[in-house]
Design a protein around this ligand. Structure first.
Ligand SMILES: Cc1cc2nc3c(=O)[nH]c(=O)nc-3n(C[C@H](O)[C@H](O)[C@H](O)COP(=O)(O)OP(=O)(O)OC[C@H]3O[C@@H](n4cnc5c(N)ncnc54)[C@H](O)[C@@H]3O)c2cc1C
Length: 436
């Protein structure tokens, strides 16, 4: 595959555009070596997972190496389907097409080799990735961004495919998103939708509360006698708490009820009943369980799972595993730094720090010694109104980790339609930054 025919001026313009959209990091500013890398390098980067982290890393390693590094992106899904904004599909104000983006620009514009397959084995000694289809990909540097897998052993009643098809998570966007929407459409007026939230850390702290709002938005219009019951494993709302509580008390008064300290232990699928450590059983008309999570399975295969048998510790200057050399881990799979959410925006930022570091290391340069990352998470309260939380994370050379910059973040003063406009612009921008 030929490298992209792009001038370095065009690449600078792309970078500035990305920075203006809020997705830039300072990682790219320290890449003296990358402009000299063009032309027939045999250095190989293999990336596993074409989600928010992996797809961004693939594009940026190609761009920042001037096409000098060979990049293969392994992903089984034919299209990128975004979890951010997927709650609107469940609420019915958007459809699956709205959150679906083609992978075509990665090979077409950036020369990424998109391999439609799943990685099944990793030999970190020989530096090879084995594929389900039988192929083997050699690498100099491996980047893993496999997202999450569910810990079904924590919800024994859901430990089989039949049960999982009835009690949905819809925590990976795609068929389950559409299926949950259908369950809500089939629910009678006067029914109860129950949402179980796992104990943190989990993918997207505000995501469940946004989902409750989107389901309430739908029920208010279509089935006004129905209720949304949030049963949270955490003692309190884990993100934007005051704003969500206000929305439930005012916008969705009489529809949404929140109960904390509901740690799920099991479900009875036949009766759609949720069971808890301490609290009484709860029966639902639609039961939506977000199970506890850990790094995607391939991380275990690569032996980079180091924290609580769940997540992967990394060096935040490069996102290289602290345990296995030449293997980097991004996104939800990592053991996060203090105050860092498991979000798509954050995975995009990890990817850029990592891409810059990989390009630097493969060209004999040191990585940027002081990266700065940012995060913004919008949550749609209605089909138009939104709220946000944002933060900035900076390398602390003494503590050797990323720390939130005091006073550099915050939350919306109130939900508004203007924030809704920003939220849709955020989504369009990050999809373009990742995949265009
Ligand atoms: C309902 C919901 C709403 C959300 N809203 C927001 C939001 O508004 N803003 C925000 O920033 N974040 C949001 N998030 C969080 C965001 O979706 C995740 O944090 C983000 O997707 C993490 O990126 P990732 O690359 O780690 O994983 P993913 O994006 O999940 O990508 C992982 C990819 O790896 C692939 N993969 C896994 N194993 C293999 C293998 N063995 N071989 C090949 N490929 C493999 C998978 O197919 C997948 O495509 C939301 C999440 C949910 C569920």
């Amino acid at each position: 595959m030929s490298p992209p025919a792009k001038s370095s001026a065009m690449q600078r313009r792309d970078f500035l555009k990305a920075t203006a959209a809020g997705f830039g990091t300072t990682a790219a500013l320290a890449l003296p070596g990358c402009a000299t890398m063009g032309g027939g390098s045999s250095r190989k980067v293999v990336i596993v997972g074409g989600g928010y982290g992996g797809a961004t890393a693939a594009k940026y390693v190609r761009m920042w190496s001037n096409g000098g590094i060979d990049v293969s992106l392994v992903e089984p899904n034919p299209e990128f389907i975004s979890c951010p904004m997927s709650n609107l599909v469940i609420g019915g104000s958007r459809d699956l097409a709205f959150i679906t983006v083609s992978y075509d620009n990665l090979p077409g514009r950036h020369g990424v080799k998109v391999v439609r397959d799943a990685a099944t084995t990793i030999d970190t000694g020989k530096r090879t990735v084995g594929l389900a289809g039988g192929g083997v990909l050699p690498y100099d540097r491996l980047i893993l961004s496999p997202g999450i897998e569910f810990m079904w052993d924590k919800v024994p009643g859901l430990d089989n495919a039949d049960a999982q098809a009835k009690v949905l998570h819809a925590w990976k966007a795609g068929p389950q998103t559409v299926a949950l929407r259908k369950q809500l459409e089939a629910m009678p007026d006067g029914g109860v939708y129950v949402l179980s939230i796992p104990v943190a850390p989990y993918r997207c702290p505000p995501g469940p509360y946004e989902r409750a709002c989107q389901v309430a938005w739908y029920l208010r219009r279509a089935k006004p006698r129905s209720k949304v019951l949030i049963l949270d494993g955490n003692p309190d709302v884990t993100s934007k708490a005051a704003l969500f509580r206000k929305a439930w008390a005012e916008e969705y008064k009489g529809i949404v009820e929140y109960r904390g300290n509901h740690v799920l232990t099991d479900v009875d699928v036949a009766t759609k009943t949720a069971k808890f450590e301490v609290q009484d059983d709860v029966r639902a008309d639609v039961l939506n369980v977000v199970p506890p999570q850990r790094a995607g399975a391939i991380a275990r295969e690569a032996e980079v799972v180091t924290a609580n048998d769940r997540w992967c510790d990394v060096d935040f200057l490069t996102f290289e595993s602290v345990q296995v050399r030449n293997v980097h881990v991004l996104g939800d799979a990592i053991q996060v730094a203090a105050g860092m959410p498991k979000s798509g925006h954050m995975a995009n930022q990890h990817a850029k720090v990592c891409a810059a570091a990989v390009v630097a290391l493969l060209s004999g340069q040191p990585p940027n010694p002081s990266p700065v990352l940012n995060n913004t998470c919008y949550s749609m309260i209605t089909d138009k109104d939104s709220i946000h939380v944002c933060s900035v994370h900076q390398w602390d050379k003494d503590k050797k980790t990323l720390l939130p910059v005091p006073g550099a973040g915050g939350v919306s003063p109130a939900m508004s339609e203007l924030e809704g406009i920003y939220a849709f612009a955020w989504a369009k921008n990050i999809w373009a930054d990742t995949l265009a």
